[in-house]
Design a protein around this ligand. Sequence first.
Ligand code: COA
Ligand code: MG
Length: 289
Amino acid sequence: MELSTHPFRSALYVPGSKERAIGKARSLPADAIIFDLEDAVAPDAKAGARETLARELETGGFGNRVKIARINALTSEWGFEDVMALGGSSVDAFLLPKVNAPSDVDALADMLGSDARILVMMETPASVFNAAEIAAHSSVSGLVAGTNDLIKDLGCRSRPDRMQLLYALQKIVMAARASREVVAIDGVYNQFRDAEGLKMECEQGRDLGFDGKTLIHPDQIGVANAAFGPSKAEIELAGRQIEAFEKSLESGQGIAVVDGKIVENLHVAAARRLISRAEAISEMEVTRA
Ligand code: COA
Ligand code: MG
């Protein structure tokens, strides 16, 4: 599975210890499932969760949802065994927590070998400072904002406008975009029964440039998919921009005007990207199973 072109509008955390929730994930419209062995699983349940997850992955049935395993840090007493249990499984990528610097990714990359696909939790102040170098690591395919841990480490407050996190969030997006094809996924919204607040935060993350949002509850999937997927109006506008630009090229001009705004090469490139993203989403939804 090619991660850089796969939609990541919604990435749902599912505790590896909850068989029922894992079962439910097989039919949920999430673009990605993050099977969690880390913070969602209590120390006493770690070994059991690892076995449950390995068994469920063996059973399969997750369609074309991206399957991501969030393991425990390799510096913890569980991380090594997590990788041993899931290394040969059908997971598409590993999500590594508590990374501070690119060298923290090396041990996992070495264990997984040449086809290592690693997403990194960006959840410590040091990880934010080292964002560009982490994203540039040859085994890193994605950055996932860990906003709850970041708030804890910073000693800042939670705010609906996330003003206190903007520097970190922007740095994560910039690092992903400055690198090769690296996916950027926003942090979770804790009040999982508050759809209106979630919508606002999804739209903020989308406007910052994130590909999607990590989620904790199935009810959040629809809101994230709608916010991060191109709207009908955007797809229609992109089509008109491309058409108008091609016409103006034919008449020897490098600039077109659509709805009172100029359309140049770069706008056409963005319009084409939006349309290919919309196509990737419909293709995925048709073949999801
Ligand atoms: N993934 C898949 N299914 C989930 C789910 C999840 N993250 N969260 C809830 N569900 C399921 C429940 O199993 C339940 O299914 P059922 O009706 O078949 O029994 C259904 O959705 C409704 O759940 P609900 O009763 O509304 O929520 P809850 O009280 O059972 O759980 C949480 C609430 C927050 C404890 C739970 O959503 C959860 O564990 N989320 C993930 C937390 C996590 O992974 N944290 C680490 C990353 S921040
Ligand atoms: Mg964390």
